[in-house]
Design a protein around this ligand. Structure first.
Ligand code: SF4
Length: 389
């Protein structure tokens, strides 16, 4: 049935899946694999390879995207934190994550740290991991330190599954995710070189689906979809090329992306669902897969507000991305109360001003339902780029 669907029909179908906060694909997988485990992965980047190597299903946990009311979470977490933290907790408290056996959080910010602690207290039946990423990337001990952190996760997964994870399992998982990241990058290449063939709204739906499916299934789906995209008959329009910056953790409402694109923008690059193309190069397949993952995190990761940088500063990498993407303007589009995004905004916007690059700024939250004012602001921005740059 999948083979007969057009690209547009697939997008419509996939959207119904990603919009369903009861995780239907995960529940189905669990029914089919009752003895296997599901591991929830909180953004921005988590090593999906590890649960995969243990025969488990890693699943992206990105909050509820405004689909549920926050009735219980506010009694356990502050109301002045980002929506993703509150709605993820609400998903747990309303038993929508009951099929999850473990959850991974990482050292991206105080909110994620706090949430991992709240999770441990409220869901003692689930394994909760808080991954400490290296902070000093130039220190020669950093790969060894992070490798030890990964080894600890592997040992805990072995305990959870009762199965030894071999180097071969890990290498196979790295290879499988390398292939998936390569296909995700192909989508981004289409978006950048022929943006009229693939909107960010569509690319996002396809990538978000990948956070819910076994990676092999998602790669197969991408292999079917990419040729379909190339065959689309669509005319290029006189749109401005913009880049979205700041949406790396809590994801903006899909309607917001539609509004930006409808207002005359091609979003040729962004930091949405960043884990799907986290590494600049394939993770090398060598004799020590954990060290290989650790070294890739330190030396071959994309820049992000939640990753400490090494020799090249974030603002340098930000400017390089603008240049290589032939970007006309930047949209700073960050979730309310997201400190990492707001702190970087100050530094990055200064760089744009220095280089005379246009930008505009707005915030979003999951429950946002009215986009008219943003539409008008983006339309004005587009006109200013087209006529005054
Ligand atoms: S949205 Fe920002 S503040 Fe909230 S958990 Fe993510 S990185 Fe932290």
């Amino acid at each position: 049935m999948e083979k007969q669907m057009t690209f547009e029909e697939k997008i419509e179908h996939y959207r119904t899946i990603i919009d369903d906060v009861s995780y239907p694909t995960v529940n189905k997988w669990k029914e089919e694999h009752p003895n296997k485990k599901v591991v929830g992965m909180f953004p921005v980047y988590t090593p999906y390879e590890l649960p995969h190597a243990a025969g488990m299903l890693p699943v992206g946990v990105f909050g509820a995207g405004g689909k549920i009311e926050i009735d219980h979470a506010d009694s356990r977490i502050q109301s002045f934190v980002c929506s993703i933290a509150r709605s993820t907790l609400e998903l747990g408290l309303t038993e929508r994550l009951k099929n999850f056996d473990a959850l991974y959080f990482t050292s991206i910010c105080d909110v994620a740290r706090n949430l991992s602690g709240i999770w441990q207290t409220n869901f003692p039946q689930q394994l909760v991991e808080y991954i400490h990423f290296p902070q000093n990337m130039n220190n020669s001990s950093a790969p060894k330190h992070y490798r030890a952190e990964l080894q600890k996760l592997v040992s805990n997964l072995e305990q959870l599954s009762g199965k030894k994870i071999t180097n071969e399992d890990l290498l196979n998982s790295i290879k499988t995710f390398n292939r998936n990241r390569e296909l995700c990058l192909q989508l981004y290449h289409i978006k950048s070189t022929t943006p009229h063939l693939l909107s960010t709204f569509e690319a996002y739906i396809v990538l978000r689906l990948g956070t819910l499916l076994p990676v092999e299934e998602h790669s197969q789906l991408l292999e079917g979809i990419i040729p379909q995209i190339h065959q689309r008959k669509r005319t290029a329009r006189d749109f401005v090329r913009v880049m979205i910056e700041g949406s790396f953790c809590e994801q903006p409402p899909l309607e917001l992306m539609q509004v930006i694109e409808d207002a005359g923008c091609y979003i040729v690059d962004d930091d949405l669902l960043l884990h799907s193309r986290w590494f600049n190069e394939a993770v090398p397949l060598n004799g020590d897969p954990l060290l290989s993952l650790a070294e890739s995190y330190i030396n071959r990761s994309r820049y992000s507000s939640v990753r400490h940088y090494g020799n090249k500063s974030r603002k340098e990498q930000f400017l390089e991305k603008i240049k290589s993407g032939k970007v006309d303007g930047v949209l700073f589009c960050a979730p309310k109360f997201c400190e990492p995004a707001l702190l970087d905004y100050v530094v990055l916007k200064d760089e744009l001003e220095k280089h005379n690059i246009s930008y505009m700024t707005f915030e979003y939250e999951e429950k946002m339902g009215v986009f008219e004012s943003i539409r008008m602001q983006v339309e004005t921005f587009v006109e200013s780029v087209l006529f005054f740059s």
